[in-house]
Design a protein around this ligand. Structure first.
Ligand SMILES: O=C(O)C(=O)Cc1ccccc1
Length: 304
């Protein structure tokens, strides 16, 4: 049995994502914040942790990126992509809604709906969508903007469903574990993630990206986050198509590491959307293998 920490409490979108990734018999353990869920797997209290990483409307989840970039390394080995629309829950019998609570990402995605349907209501941020449901149950706020599953966990009344300012919003979640375990096998539809602290000089980021572009590797995400210690210095989170086990990706990572000593591998795993890597001309794995074989033959004196 595997124990999986997740960003809880019960009834969050992250719990839904963790359930979709868990095997029968796995135990799911809720933690109040993303850093606490990641700390549980770092300390060995759980075998894995499930956390949100990016949203198609609001962008990255800073707590996840910042916690993965520092401290004991963790490796993402699976991901889930969930459609995100919300339910609005109140205590039964509530007549007036003056406060609406939720996770900041959720509030940002229902702002127009709240303005139109609950004019004058004040939005209040909570640690997660389900934490808002707990707070409403306690009487702290009037309404919670939650995942549809939250009503199964808390004795609240559903006031609205399918609430979302932007149709088709999605959030991507990662399942991470400690290193020194086998990586998932490459599938042809994989994602690799790294974080690199590019030097603060002209062209440093462009040089890193050129190593990927020159090998025909398609980026799927690029985010900058402050490096914290030094104002004006940034870490770059770079996701791209492919798996480190592939010769073309191995070659690119070798070059990135040569250019930037401060690079951390965050994982290679199958993409939840199943999109296969686009391979540019002369940039397939067989091209890299063939070229390396040729150099080896030249070195042995067998080829010119
Ligand atoms: O608070 C939750 O339910 C989460 O899992 C984080 C989140 C918040 C808003 C949209 C998607 C995920």
């Amino acid at each position: 049995m595997t124990r999986i920490a997740y960003f809880g409490p019960e009834g969050t979108f992250t719990e839904q994502a963790a359930r979709s990734l868990a095997a029968d018999g796995d135990e799911l353990v809720p933690f109040e914040t993303i850093p606490l869920a990641l700390s549980a797997v770092r300390k060995g209290e759980t075998d894995a942790a499930c956390v949100p990483v990016e949203n198609s409307v609001e962008g990255v989840v800073p707590a996840t990126l910042d916690t993965l970039a520092e401290g004991e390394p963790l490796i993402a080995f699976a991901e889930a992509l969930l459609p995100v629309h919300f339910s609005v829950l109140t205590r039964p019998g509530t007549t007036e809604i003056r406060t609406v609570a939720s996770h900041p990402h959720a509030l940002a995605q229902v702002r127009l709906w709240v303005e139109a349907n609950l004019p004058g209501a004040r939005s209040v941020a909570t640690s997660s969508t389900a934490a808002a449901a707990v707070a409403v149950q306690r009487g702290d706020f009037d309404a919670a903007v939650t995942a549809p599953v939250a009503v199964q966990h808390y004795p609240l009344e559903v006031r609205a469903t399918e609430v979302a300012d932007v149709r088709d919003a999605r959030t991507r979640f990662l399942l991470v574990r400690r290193p020194r375990q086998p990586l998932p096998e490459p599938t042809g539809a994989d994602r690799t993630s790294i974080v690199a602290a590019a030097a603060n000089r002209t062209g440093a980021l462009a040089e890193l990206l050129t190593e990927l572009a020159g090998r025909g590797i398609n980026l799927t995400r690029l985010d900058a986050r402050p490096a914290r210690g030094n104002f004006g210095e940034y870490r770059f989170f770079i996701d791209f198509e492919g798996h480190v086990a592939e010769p073309r990706i191995g070659d690119a990572l070798t070059a990135l590491r040569r250019r930037c000593r401060n690079v951390r591998f965050l994982g290679s795993h199958p993409r939840a959307d199943g999109v296969r890597a686009t391979i540019a001309e002369s940039a397939g794995n067989e091209d890299f293998v063939d070229a390396a074989d040729w150099v080896a033959a030249v070195r042995r004196g067998e080829q010119a």
